[in-house]
Design a protein around this ligand. Structure first.
Ligand code: ZN
Ligand code: ZN
Length: 271
């Protein structure tokens, strides 16, 4: 079981400086999408090349990965990531967990299982889809997972305090995560009022914004902008972007002050 901490401690803990790196900012099909020759998918702009959504959260002492989708291996190679302390999962959709087999590279070098923080729904999916990693007699080269069950209570991963925020992806519960003044929410189209209270006071928020038109399980661009305003957060970056949203450069010019599209390779640092 992970180490759960009381809300009192949460208020008194001093937060390490953080670096956030966007490893991917695309929706489940990625951008460009296979077989598509639209203006976004054929754009030469590097910011229109979007791996599946994932971020790296690093303090001087700890490196955490949020989600390991199908592009996980390429993301690790591109950013020359040589060490991960833990993986934190938002939900079990394939674009967020399909890279978990490649965790084996890290466990090969460290010779110890990777800590994986997940709620009970996501953990069940990991145990089902990567059943061979939980077998009694594992074949050589199998990834090793040290599953840590989380709920909506804050937990410590290394020296980073993580506060889960429950959000809704149509009818599926998904976890967003608050790291100090930074909140990351992907794959949602509804947030309960009580969970919004956990987000308030953040200085930076990441929200999913799939496209301009309404969608059944993701915030649209207008819905994401409205939520940033409602929560009164000064800086926002939009992620989990579809090719349907438009070219990065074009959409950027249409956004209100303080709100930007995320892009692969974008990093943020704060104390
Ligand atoms: Zn997704
Ligand atoms: Zn999803």
């Amino acid at each position: 079981m992970p180490f759960f901490i009381s809300h009192f401690l949460f208020l008194t803990v001093s937060y390490p400086p953080l670096k956030i790196t966007f490893l991917g900012s695309g929706t489940s099909s990625g951008v460009p999408m296979i077989g598509c020759d639209c203006a976004v998918c054929t754009s030469d702009d590097k910011k229109d090349k979007r791996f599946r959504s994932s971020i790296l959260v690093q303090s001087p002492a700890t490196s955490l990965l949020v989600d390991a989708g199908p592009d996980f291996r390429c993301q690790m190679l591109k950013h020359k990531v040589k060490h991960l302390d833990a993986v934190i999962l938002t939900h079990s959709h394939k674009d967020h967990i399909a890279g978990m087999d490649d965790i084996k590279a890290f466990t090969y070098f460290t010779k110890k299982p990777m800590e994986v923080y997940a709620d009970s729904f996501t953990e069940a999916a990991i145990r089902r889809e990567y059943y061979y990693a939980f077998a009694d007699n594992k074949y050589p080269g199998t990834p090793e997972f040290d599953m840590k069950s989380i709920t909506t209570e804050p937990f410590l991963a290394g020296d980073i305090l993580v506060t889960p925020v429950l959000v809704w992806h149509l009818k599926m519960p998904v976890l967003g995560f608050r790291f100090g003044k930074f909140t990351y929410i992907t794959d949602a189209n509804f947030i309960d009022e009580t969970e919004k209270d956990k987000i308030k006071g953040s200085e930076i928020i990441v929200l999913n914004a799939l496209r301009k038109e309404k969608h059944v399980s993701h915030f649209s661009l207008p819905e994401a902008i409205e939520l940033v305003r409602e929560l009164d957060i000064p800086a926002a970056y939009l992620t989990h972007i579809s090719h349907q949203l438009g070219r990065h450069q074009d959409v950027e010019t249409e956004l209100p002050p303080g709100i930007h599209l995320a892009y692969d390779g974008l990093f943020l640092t704060f104390n």
